[in-house]
Structures are given as C-alpha cells and as structure tokens.
Design a protein. Structure first.
Length: 83
C-alpha cells in the first residue's frame, strides 16, 4: 500500500496530505511493486483452486470406486441408477 504523503520526510518538499503524482509513483517503482503483488495473489488463487479441484477429483473417484468413504459413509449412486 502507498504510504500517505504526510508520513514522508519534509525534505521531499511535498505538502502534507497531497498524494504523489503518477510520475513519482513510476519513479519509485511503487506501481511495479503493486503489479507484482497482484500477480502473486492471482497466481496463488489459481494454484489454490487447482489444488482444491484435484483433491475433489480424487475424493470423488474414491467415492465412486468404494461406494462410500470411511466414517463419512456417503452413499454414492451412479447418475443413471434410478432411486
């Protein structure tokens, strides 16, 4: 996150409360940092989703082959089986 301008040192010659301009942000590399952080978040989210899908797939196939899962005792009916 960008720190508020009032926390900056007075040597920068900025007024308190004035947010930095685009040029200053680009110079400081803040935007690049934000972009990196966003990408990292997105990558992590995609990885987490992939992991969850994989686990779900494994569990589903285990249910399919065994008919139920251990103590959970989830009965599995094949979609084409009538009740």
């Amino acid at each position: 996150m960008i720190e508020p301008a009032k926390r900056r040192g007075a040597h920068e010659g900025r007024q308190a409360g004035v947010s930095p301009t685009e040029d200053e942000l680009a110079k400081s590399g803040v935007r690049a940092e934000q972009r990196k952080r966003r990408m990292r978040k997105r990558n992590f989210t995609r990885l987490a989703a992939f992991f969850c899908e994989t686990v779900a797939r494994v569990v589903r196939s285990a249910v399919r082959t065994s008919g139920f899962v251990g103590e959970l005792a989830i009965p599995y009916r094949h979609p084409d089986q009538s009740k």
